[in-house]
Design a protein around this ligand. Structure first.
Ligand code: ZN
Length: 465
């Protein structure tokens, strides 16, 4: 008889070719799917039956865990300010003040709670763009990888899969400008960052649940030379993530100092391919849009954060038409919900074009299905891990929908994803969540929820004191 904890039977499951009936999912002791069999005639003895339709778990391709603690605290205009002065850069000053205060224990508590929120929302893995490395005065912790290790541990305790991306932050602006005082917790050279990566990697080795890559913070924060040096120090297949063209001021600075727009500059000088994730890429012209799509890199879209920060709107229609890869991330964590990211991706297009179902295509007529499939595929690429699909060889990351939820009840299967993505009527339709075959969320409750929330609140009280 099969072990009950290494298989799941679903009356409906969303496979790479769409909804299929009577699907038997089986995985090995490492949590990797060994077989996915639709049209199973009979449920084998001892196999757990999913409570509702099963979806693959969604990869979250962009997170700064500590920023979860400041969500909702910057939604006001400073005295004597104007809408024009309240922008990304003023938000960043506040964020830096927060970053200056975070402790190793506080970061651990915030990250663990955040990852539980992600799991409950149906994110089964996360790419952590981790840039707070040092003590508040900028010196190294006795263990230089203290903070990165705390974040990796928070992921493994919560059960979420992780791609840890230690960030190279070297300069404060184009032209290799010296770092600001309030950036001292972030600063490294390529050499010291690679050393830090080696330390965390030795202490917490790669596994089926954990992968490492690097993140040059942005073209503002590295030079061409330091980016070359960083890339030459890592495995050729390791994921590389970078913030790019989020702000028009950044595009203007890049044009002025480098003579090219940021995405064009990067594509011209580096071998940008499918292991790259260009986070935001909001401000791209028509040539950059096509060139980025052609490169195979993933555009890492973080719609709720981009809306919250007033960044702008990515040209998703042209980019998807050119077969560009996308994935979604919760970034600053003003919201932690891939359904909201996909909805806003479409709504940004509807509001600017005054049309409906803009991001559907001739082959994928349902917007939610097209965006869900694209974000699974792109998110998996960006994570560098075998996730994002219910198929043999991928990780057993599954979401079980509540079949009685008002967003899908009485609907035909081909309308289920539309209901999940576009309807917002109270509690989430995601009932149970499995990562690597472990049931980490059961009937909307994570196994460590109470303790983790108490520790998060204590950490937040300490930060706000
Ligand atoms: Zn970011």
């Amino acid at each position: 008889m099969m072990q009950a904890n290494q298989s799941l039977f679903a009356a409906h499951a969303y496979l790479p070719d769409g909804w299929r009936r009577n699907v038997l999912l089986e995985w090995d002791a490492h949590g990797t799917l060994t077989s996915v069999t639709p049209d199973t005639a009979r449920v084998p003895d001892g196999v757990e039956k999913a409570a509702g339709p099963v979806l693959p778990g969604m990869p979250n391709l962009h997170s700064h865990a500590f920023q979860r603690a400041m969500a909702g605290l910057t939604e006001y205009r400073a005295a004597a300010g104007t809408a024009a002065t309240d922008n990304f850069w003023s938000w960043r000053d506040l964020m830096y003040r927060f970053a200056a205060r975070i402790t190793p224990e506080g970061l651990a508590a915030v990250a663990q709670w955040l990852y539980i929120e992600m799991l409950k929302a149906g994110y089964t893995s996360v790419c952590e763009f981790h840039y707070v490395h040092h003590t508040p005065d900028g010196s190294r912790y006795p263990n230089q990888a203290e903070l990165a290790q705390r974040v990796v541990d928070a992921a493994s305790t919560s059960g979420i899969g992780m791609t840890m991306l230690p960030v190279l932050y070297q300069y404060s602006g184009f032209g290799s400008r010296a770092p600001r005082e309030d950036q001292r917790r972030f600063i490294n050279t390529p050499e010291s960052l690679l050393d830090l990566l080696g330390t965390v990697r030795a202490a917490r080795p790669e596994s089926a649940a954990l992968r490492y890559g690097v993140a040059p913070h942005s073209l503002r924060a590295v030079s061409a030379d330091s980016l070359h040096e960083l890339l030459s120090g890592i495995d050729r297949s390791a994921p590389v993530h970078i913030h790019i063209a989020e702000q028009t001021a950044e595009v203007d600075d890049c044009l002025e100092t480098e003579g090219a727009r940021p995405v064009q500059w990067l594509l011209d000088r580096f071998n940008v391919d499918s292991r790259w994730c260009l986070v935001h890429a909001t401000h791209v012209d028509a040539n950059e849009t096509l060139a980025l799509a052609k490169s195979g890199a993933v555009a890492g879209l973080c719609l709720t954060t981009e809306a919250n920060l007033g960044d702008g709107i990515f040209p998703a229609h042209a980019y998807l038409d050119a077969q560009g890869r996308i994935g979604v991330g919760s970034d600053s964590h003003i919201g932690v919900d891939w359904r909201a990211e996909l909805r806003l991706l479409e709504y940004g297009q509807r509001l600017t074009r005054r049309q409906r179902n803009v991001l559907a295509s001739a082959e994928a007529t349902h917007v939610a299905d097209r965006l869900f499939g694209a974000a699974l595929e792109g998110g998996a690429h960006a994570s560098g891990r075998a996730v994002g699909a219910l198929q043999a060889g991928r990780r057993a990351d599954c979401l079980v929908l509540d079949p009685d939820h008002s967003s899908i009840a009485e609907h035909a299967p081909n309308a289920w994803l539309s209901g999940v993505v576009f309807c917002e009527h109270g509690e989430t339709p995601i009932r149970d969540v499995y990562t690597g075959g472990d049931k980490v969320v059961d009937n909307r409750r994570h196994r460590d929820e109470e303790g983790a929330y108490a520790r998060y609140r204590a950490a937040l009280a300490d930060l706000l004191r």
